[in-house]
Ligand binder design. Structure first.
Ligand code: 3PY
Length: 248
């Protein structure tokens, strides 16, 4: 059976009570009953607001990060059980902005994925190479290493994760991998999941990295692209809705 695509918005550190209200109402009004799974990853302070607005709707709530620790003296961290309290269904782990600006290692990302799974939250494990790594011909090796760290820790639960391929050079730059470049890496990840999981067919591999209303249809038409993780375009309801329509 063809799996439903997943379109997840990553708002990053954007929003306000007023702006979130307007955006989510417009998305809900326009999405109707979407033909794909839809989620929005909101900043942690707005989880309660988004939970209330999305209640009973087909749009799932997502978080942008989770602590690798369960609880305790970790100032500023947000634990998986806290996300669970707000009905969070998906949580990004290892976004390149976290790896780059917060020094998150492969091991930390794997621990975060494990915490999310243990709380019944689907981790969206982000992997991707820098431009220097691509130019050095290391793309496949880098994404395999990043995914392997997670597979090693979560074991058979790997069938419950979502993988997001986000080439670092395409994040927030307006540059997008061509559909062929993205498909090539997705196929590498698919093969790795096939070797690691008893139910590899269920694992969705979504593409992120400046996916927008203009390029979504072509990217989503690739055989191994099962959805999108959408940055800037998820902050504009008409654009986000066009991407959702392209994934239906
Ligand atoms: C982007 O598209 O810029 C993203 O980082 C999505 O997560």
């Amino acid at each position: 059976m063809r799996k439903k695509k997943l379109i997840a918005g990553n708002w990053k550190m954007n929003g306000s009570l007023a702006a979130n209200d307007a955006l989510l109402r417009a998305v809900l009004a326009g999405a109707g009953l979407p033909g794909c799974d839809v989620a929005v990853a909101v900043p942690a302070p707005y989880l309660a607001q988004a939970q209330a607005l999305l209640a009973g709707s087909p749009v799932a709530l997502a978080a942008q990060d989770v602590s690798q620790h369960a609880a305790g003296a970790f100032t500023g961290e947000v634990g998986a059980a806290m996300l669970q309290d707000f009905g969070v269904r998906y949580c990004l782990v290892g976004h390149s902005e976290r790896r780059q600006y917060h020094g998150e290692t492969d091991a930390a990302v794997a621990a975060k994925a494990q915490r999310a799974l243990a709380a019944g939250i689907t981790p969206v494990v982000c992997v991707g190479e820098t431009l220097a790594e691509r130019d050095a011909g290391q793309t496949a090796a880098v994404v395999r290493r990043q995914l392997a760290a997670v597979v090693h820790v979560v074991g058979h639960c790997v069938s419950e994760i979502v993988v997001a391929y986000e080439p670092v050079w395409a994040i927030g730059t307006g540059q997008t991998a061509t559909p062929a470049q993205a498909q090539e890496v997705h196929a590498v990840l698919r093969a790795q999941l096939q070797a690691a999981s008893a139910q590899p067919a269920g694992v969705r591999i979504v593409y992120g990295g400046s996916m927008n209303a203009a390029n979504a249809a072509e990217l989503l038409a690739q055989p191994d692209i099962d959805g999108g993780l959408i940055g800037g375009a998820s902050l504009k309801a008409p654009d986000f809705l066009r991407i959702i329509a392209a994934a239906a």
